[in-house]
Design a protein around this ligand. Sequence first.
Ligand SMILES: Cc1cc2nc3c(=O)[nH]c(=O)nc-3n(C[C@H](O)[C@H](O)[C@H](O)COP(=O)(O)OP(=O)(O)OC[C@H]3O[C@@H](n4cnc5c(N)ncnc54)[C@H](O)[C@@H]3O)c2cc1C
Length: 301
Amino acid sequence: MNDVIILGAGPAGMTAAIYCARKQLNVKVLTTDVGGQTLWSGGIENYLGFDYIKGSDLVDKFEKHLKNFKVDMVYKTAATIVDSRDGWAVEDGDGHKHQAHTIIIATGKSPRQLGVSGEDKFRGRGVTYCATCDAPLFAGSDVAVVGGGNSGVEAALQLADIAAKVYLIESDPELTADEVLEDKVYDHKNVEVLTGTTVTGIDGDILLESLDINADGRPRRLAVTGVFVEIGLTPNSAIVKGLVKLNETGEIVVDRSGRTSRPGIFAAGDVTDEPAKQIIIAAGDGARAALTAYDYLLYLV
Ligand SMILES: Cc1cc2nc3c(=O)[nH]c(=O)nc-3n(C[C@H](O)[C@H](O)[C@H](O)COP(=O)(O)OP(=O)(O)OC[C@H]3O[C@@H](n4cnc5c(N)ncnc54)[C@H](O)[C@@H]3O)c2cc1C
């Protein structure tokens, strides 16, 4: 029986694991990958201690740090969580059961993808899912933003001050963002809004070079080096649906200490209703959830 099972090894899960191990807890991490969304970031300029670091290099450093501690790593996706005697049982995709007194959910979010050819190949080489993080890497370039809702229009506004030219692409006949944002975007001379337009493919050599679009059956190729996909993120919370309280967007509702609505289940990072989705915040959340789980265990036994 473990004291804690942590689901996910992004910044939240890895930090939680280190904090649990330093408290001498018997800790297991079940995870689909090591690194989570940080692996998707081409370059990070806002993590304390690093002026600039590639996402994959930061993950290597996190993982190396984690290996200093006694943490049982299981590289499997968690499929279900059920109430069991003295705690919880997590079943992985292979049907194996893992038991613990407490669980920390740190399963993050997954960006919705376009699902067009070239998207996987050029991820991190021009295709990005986070304008806040990656916009500065495209200073002076021609780029496209896909998605005409609030996040897409906000991304286009951010990029308008940095990039040479911004194409804002929306499949609906109109943008679907707040009017105040739409007004602002139409004021920018270097933003071309293309509504009623779908993306059909992404192309390039080593790096991304072009985006194929189609409007009313008329294909067009845009020469861009960056494509910002802003069509939403999905919290990876399906595993706790019906078990803990979720908000209307499917995020796990937590209190200031990382407690969910269910005693013994804690959550941290992007999967929660914490509004700011950043690495440093997810890491802090992971630390907090681990310390709260530790306190909970003190009173349990
Ligand atoms: C392209 C991109 C660039 C970004 N750039 C920056 C940046 O420059 N600076 C910044 O601060 N933030 C950036 N972010 C945001 C940042 O990456 C996230 O806020 C942070 O990674 C959230 O950490 P997390 O641990 O909560 O979740 P995640 O990083 O999403 O990690 C979740 C973990 O859970 C695992 N998992 C999911 N489901 C299951 C399951 N059922 N069972 C087991 N494991 C599971 C995943 O494999 C993963 O290991 C960026 C995000 C993206 C997408």
